[in-house]
Design a protein around this ligand. Structure first.
Ligand SMILES: Cc1cc2nc3c(=O)[nH]c(=O)nc-3n(C[C@H](O)[C@H](O)[C@H](O)COP(=O)(O)OP(=O)(O)OC[C@H]3O[C@@H](n4cnc5c(N)ncnc54)[C@H](O)[C@@H]3O)c2cc1C
Length: 415
């Protein structure tokens, strides 16, 4: 296996490295670099504009929509250099990773002009309105309706688990627009303004006190008629584009946060002598091995994409990827609890300075601020669920990749 990149990719790497060195705060690359909370807040607030100025947000998008039209390899090098520098490369996950690429693929010219620049500049926050109380894995059974009234859609129904809905300006939402069509055929994908009277957002508080996801109630909420993406009643194909981006992971950088955690677990096990326990040692060896499998499979996926042999989102590698890393991480976080022991229950006194890589870390309750490691443990329990559960991923592998017989469909009993 030749892991070297072509010279033009290496030249591009130098360009990004130089930009990062020029734009990150002084001392950023020093081992002991730390920012006081206020400084960190100011940095986070100013960073999206810097990224936009440098042209690095959504840099793979075509130049006519504000991107740099980067090639796949350049985009990978960009992600690698930002990951190496531990510098954020993202404005709003739902905007620039999920709905932006979906609008690029299926949106009208007017939609691209209206939404893509605002996503890129970080001026428009988004949430994903797919799941409903009785429609998660079986998403196509969703009941939220949209009915045309003049130039507007009138939307009624309830969504659930809607992450970041409390901050969102827009929701990319699935609604039934033809109640008489078979369930996959009567759904439309629409862009709905969130800041209006017909939309009520109720936070769902979790055990660690965070409430980053919500119930969202739509009662005669309105959206412009032209905000349907990919054609009326044709939302299912559009949804699959969004889901393939959600289940994908940056091919050659996704493993890095796990490696960082692995190092912290080894250090902790050495410090408290749990490293002498053979079960802990085996667990660490297993985690390390799986991280390397993830890394190598990322490179294999990249090679397939560069050779035009496969598309990262739908190949067996793409489909197994989410299931593989989420189950690996769930097991690794249980191992972390075994290593840290009672210390993992301790409340953080200075959570901002914790070295544990933060993933969707919320504010916590005033009375109980869990450690960063404990928050990562809690969050790992959700990783095999969001974006499609590991069981559903297995069904997809069985049916679409291995060509096994389709799972028998059981129709819900009429009440
Ligand atoms: C942290 C988090 C954030 C989320 N954010 C969002 C968001 O922003 N927007 C959004 O729309 N949704 C979001 N979700 C919802 C997520 O997409 C759903 O939870 C997920 O699709 C599963 O649906 P469900 O919870 O209804 O479980 P169900 O579909 O009821 O499944 C329950 C269990 O049954 C299993 N199961 C179901 N059907 C089958 C089958 N056919 N074969 C084998 N096993 C099966 C599942 O694997 C699961 O273990 C989020 C979820 C979490 C946990």
């Amino acid at each position: 296996m030749d892991l070297s990149y072509p010279p033009e990719a290496e030249a591009f790497r130098v360009e990004i490295r130089t930009w990062l060195e020029d734009n990150l705060p002084d001392g950023w690359f020093d081992e002991e670099f730390d920012q006081p909370p206020e400084e960190k807040k100011a940095f986070n607030a100013a960073w999206p504009a810097k990224l936009y100025g440098g042209g690095w947000i959504c840099a793979a998008w075509p130049a006519e929509y504000g991107g740099k039209g980067l090639s796949t390899l350049e985009n990978v090098v960009l992600a690698e250099e930002f990951a190496r520098a531990k510098a954020p490369l993202r404005g709003d996950f739902f905007g620039d990773t999920l709905v932006g690429p979906t609008i690029l693929q299926w949106g009208t010219e007017e939609q691209k002009k209206e939404f893509l620049p605002a996503i890129m500049k970080g001026e428009m926050a988004w949430c994903q309105g797919f799941s409903e109380p009785d429609s998660g894995s079986d998403l196509a059974s969703l009941k939220t309706t949209a009915v045309l009234d003049g130039d507007e859609w009138v939307i009624n129904g309830q969504k659930v688990w809607t992450t970041q809905a409390q901050f969102a300006d827009y929701c990319f939402l699935l609604a039934r627009t033809d109640p008489d069509a078979p369930k996959h055929k009567g759904i439309s994908y629409m862009l709905v303004p969130m800041k209006q009277d017909g939309v009520e957002v109720r936070g769902i508080t979790q055990p660690d006190g965070t409430a980053e996801f919500n119930e969202v109630f739509f009662t005669d909420a309105r959206a412009p008629k032209d905000n349907v993406v990919g054609g009326l009643n044709d939302g299912w194909k559009v949804t699959n584009t969004t889901l393939s981006h959600e289940r994908g992971m940056s091919a050659t950088t996704g493993y890095r946060r796990f490696e960082q955690e692995y190092q912290l677990m080894v250090e902790a096990a050495r410090a408290n002598s749990r490293i002498d326990d053979p079960v802990i040692r085996q667990g660490l060896a297993r985690y390390y091995t799986k991280i390397q499998i993830l890394r190598i499979n990322g490179l294999r996926g990249l090679t397939q994409t560069l050779n035009g042999t496969k598309d990262l989102g739908v190949t067996s590698l793409g489909v197994t990827n989410k299931m593989f890393w989420s189950e690996m991480h769930r097991d690794a976080m249980e191992l972390a609890l075994d290593i840290f022991g009672a210390a993992s229950m301790l409340v953080d006194t200075a959570p901002e300075s914790s070295t544990w890589p933060a993933v969707m870390r919320g504010k916590g309750l005033d009375s109980y601020q869990p450690s960063a490691m404990m928050s990562a443990f809690f969050f790992s329990r959700s990783e095999t669920i969001w974006g499609g559960t590991a069981e559903i991923q297995r069904n997809i592998v069985g049916e679409r990749v291995l060509g096994l017989p389709r799972e028998p469909k059981v129709e819900p009993q009429k009440k």
